[in-house]
Design a protein around this ligand. Structure first.
Ligand SMILES: CC(C)(COP(=O)(O)OP(=O)(O)OC[C@H]1O[C@@H](n2cnc3c(N)ncnc32)[C@H](O)[C@@H]1OP(=O)(O)O)[C@@H](O)C(=O)NCCC(=O)NCCS
Length: 178
């Protein structure tokens, strides 16, 4: 699927986005986590990021979606003091969508002492680039005696004084001009 992301817009998640978010996560895991993760770990990721957990986290925290061409092409969530489920569609990576999601989530986290997240093996460089530091390497035992390895990372949250006035837009798809 070719999507022009230079005009990606960011808005708050709406419950009817859940199916697209779930499909985006599954497709990104299938495409980007092979061969970094064994099939058993990829299955664990997809089960972990269920439609129910997408909806629950969005209800308790703040979920942002990136939209381009009328499609959800990226997502990320701030919940319980941490940033979770940051995924960008494979064909839209490397175009600023992930950075745009993180800018907005970190903006929302202003006032917290620090921001924690779990980084996949393939996203470690992205988070190091954003100033996160590895707190520890971690591992979950999955089926077939395999492991799902990841890194717990943290960085200090920005103080409110250092923040910008940028607001998260909540535009309807029609007003996205797509
Ligand atoms: C990791 C991910 C979210 C990054 O999103 P993206 O849209 O490709 O990232 P961007 O294009 O916004 O990149 C922003 C910056 O990070 C840098 N960057 C992106 N991925 C990087 C990597 N793997 N290593 C080092 N730097 C990276 C870019 O070069 C860019 O730098 P710049 O601002 O100096 O130009 C995306 O690649 C992804 O979804 N990966 C697979 C799923 C995943 O692992 N998600 C994390 C779950 S823990």
């Amino acid at each position: 699927m070719a999507v022009e992301t230079s005009r990606a817009s960011f808005r708050r998640f709406r419950p009817d986005d859940a199916g697209q978010v779930k499909a985006l996560v599954d497709r990104t895991v299938d495409t980007c986590y092979d061969p970094a993760y064994p099939a058993e770990a990829r299955a664990f990721f997809k089960q972990h990021h269920s439609c129910d957990s997408v909806l629950e986290d969005a209800g308790r925290g703040l979920t942002i979606v990136a939209v381009a061409g009328g499609e959800v092409v990226g997502t990320g969530t701030l919940v319980d003091g941490g940033i979770r489920r940051v995924f960008v569609a494979p064909e839209c990576q490397g175009q600023g969508v992930g950075g745009g999601l993180m800018d907005r989530l970190e903006e929302e986290a202003m006032g917290l002492e620090s921001i924690e997240l779990d980084a996949s093996l393939v996203s470690l460089g992205f988070y190091l680039h954003r100033g996160y530091q590895v707190v520890r390497a971690a591992s979950i035992a999955v089926a077939g005696g395999k492991t799902l390895d990841y890194f717990v990372m943290r960085k200090p949250a920005r103080s409110p004084q250092a923040g910008s006035d940028e607001q998260i837009e909540d535009r309807t798809p029609a007003s996205d001009g797509e």
